[in-house]
Design a protein around this ligand. Structure first.
Ligand SMILES: Nc1ncnc2c1ncn2[C@@H]1O[C@H](COP(=O)(O)OP(=O)(O)OP(=O)(O)O)[C@@H](O)[C@H]1O
Ligand SMILES: [Mg+2]
Length: 222
């Protein structure tokens, strides 16, 4: 069963220097439960693709279906709803809120998703346990290592139990040991049934995925 389906998707940006074709006729699909790496060089269109897969942006042309639902022309308010229910995001920069503890950082998006205070606490605590941070719940981001911060970001991404985890260079700011820990967690999530789409320029990281999709100059190449 396909979770993600892109058909002839293009994304064009208008700039003063002219039009940039960041994605050019991309067709691909990802099944539920797959772990797929999207690999390509800087500027190849990876983040543009992630923005579309993550319903942060819409294609200029072509069709995007997520869980059978056509997202191609979807308004931002509906896309926000779909993001909240379906997708956990993990980015290269951890995007934690500096003034909040690890626990509060994980709880915050659950507030927007309508979970009760008690449910937020239970889910955030469980998520931090799953990424091995039971001893760091009341630390602020500045009191955590980069790898620990990224694990908080993963806990935040999974706390609402979305079926899809989208991650753009999750190990890009980490040393190799912390990077390996983050990859281990992503693989565990996959083994528990999550669909994982991981964006990277790093061949070694892409090779740990079940399947690779190569992107070059906005096009999928074999
Ligand atoms: N908002 C924008 N406006 C204009 N051009 C853009 C915009 N966003 C991206 N681009 C262009 O689209 C192309 C693809 O960019 P994208 O960010 O998707 O690449 P990337 O593969 O994620 O690169 P990196 O590995 O450096 O993150 C690039 O040529 C970029 O300059
Ligand atoms: Mg990018």
């Amino acid at each position: 069963m396909e979770l993600i389906s892109l058909r002839h998707v293009s994304k064009r940006y208008r700039t003063e220097a002219g039009e940039v074709r960041a994605l050019d006729d991309v067709t691909l699909s990802v099944k539920r439960g797959e772990f797929v790496a999207v690999i390509g060089r800087s500027g190849s269109g990876k983040s543009t693709l992630m923005n579309i897969l993550g319903c942060l942006d819409i294609p200029s042309s072509g069709q995007y279906h997520l869980a059978g639902r056509n997202m191609s022309h979807c308004a931002e308010s509906l896309r926000a709803q779909v993001r909240g229910r379906q997708i956990g995001f993990v980015f290269q920069g951890f995007h934690l809120i500096p003034s909040l503890t690890a626990l509060e950082n994980v709880e915050l998006p659950l507030l927007y998703r309508g979970f009760s205070r008690e449910e937020r606490r239970v889910r955030a605590t469980e998520s931090l346990l799953r990424v091995g941070l039971s001893q760091r719940m009341t630390h602020r981001p500045s009191e955590l290592s980069g790898g620990q911060q990224q694990r908080v970001a993963i806990a935040r991404a999974i706390a609402a139990t979305p079926p899809l985890v989208l991650t753009d260079e999750p190990t890009g700011n980490l040393d190799s040991t912390s990077g390996d820990e983050v990859m281990d967690i992503l693989h565990t999530l996959h083994s528990e049934g999550k669909t994982v789409v991981l964006i990277t320029h790093d061949r070694a990281i892409a090779d740990t995925a079940e399947r690779q999709i190569c992107i070059q100059d906005g096009r999928v190449i074999v």
